[in-house]
Design a protein around this ligand. Sequence first.
Ligand code: PLP
Length: 387
Amino acid sequence: MPAEIKLPIYLDNHATTPLDPQVLEAMLPYLSGKFGNAASHSHAFGWEAASAVATARKQIASLIGASPQEIVFTSGATESDNLAITGVAESQKGKGNHIITVNTEHRAVLDTCLHLENSDRRITRLYVGADGLIDLDQLKAAFTPQTVLVSVMAANNEIGVLQPLKEIGELCREREVLFHSDAVQALGRMPLEVNALNLDLASLTAHKCYGPKGCGALYVRSGVKVAPIIHGGGHEGGMRSGTLNVPGIVGFGKACEIAKTNLPEESCRIAGLRNRLRDRLLAELDEVLINGSEEHRLPGNLNTSFLNVNGEDLMTAVKDVAVSSGSACHSDKIDASHVLKAIGRSDDEAGSAIRFGIGRFNTEAEVDYVAGRVIDAVKKLRELSIA
Ligand code: PLP
């Protein structure tokens, strides 16, 4: 093993990303001396905090081509998804009760829609093809005069597939329907420009772009009405009450500033590492399926099914490598991923899937080590299953 490799190797950057040291440095003063409440208007501690929040708002807005006042801070993307969907459903209830989404969305979107469906809203869940992409004709056919919102994620958290947001946004605009995207996995990893994509609302979170956990935002286009789901002091233009998480917000802002500078070079480098891993796995193993479109995909994502191998067994066999399997644990039972099922994988194929998420701090040496470990483990597990 090359001396520069430190175990375990983290290759699960869709679950979360490590905090960038520059982000930590920016946050530290706000965890000690600069502790003011950004809503304290009467003294210097509050002004200092408010000014730091204003800077972060600009940094986040600048990464997505928005105005700072269009950024609403939340506790993370789960809350942003809930706020966007429930808030629009409520504010638009005079206009209609129909929402369109996709069956490969994150649970934060699917479960919010299910909750609304249980109280008089109508939900259409679009299907995806074997490549994980939606069919725009199916979307066109799904609109009704009652449709108030379309919610389609930018990049899938399991298979990294990128949906055609610009085209979806155009269809929504033509019909005066609001368009929301859960853009968590895309932020800082690919260009994401709210005007070019015709987005009205976008959910963002800091911990998938080398910022801290527990801090997110909802982009809300100026003029779009979102009813609050949390009531209190009327912060964030009345859309989200609660004292702002100043250190988290400062970190989120810094993470966006770094992402904006690094994006073109970093996404190429990460795609190169992903391709290196994919090529080696495909060259040295048979019966490997790539899950999701290879063309429309996040640079750092690789999701593969190693046929006749159980993904959980494979992860146990390569304990010094942090990856995810194609299963999701819900309380006490393990289910095959709803995303892999939606692209037509069988239970066995989904159960043999591994998600690799390559990020900023991964190196070529790490990718080579992981490839070697996975290849050996798959071969051994297959031999055992024959024996
Ligand atoms: N949406 C997507 C696509 C995600 O990948 C995640 C994180 O797993 C979330 C929403 C939830 O984000 P948070 O952890 O900030 O609540």
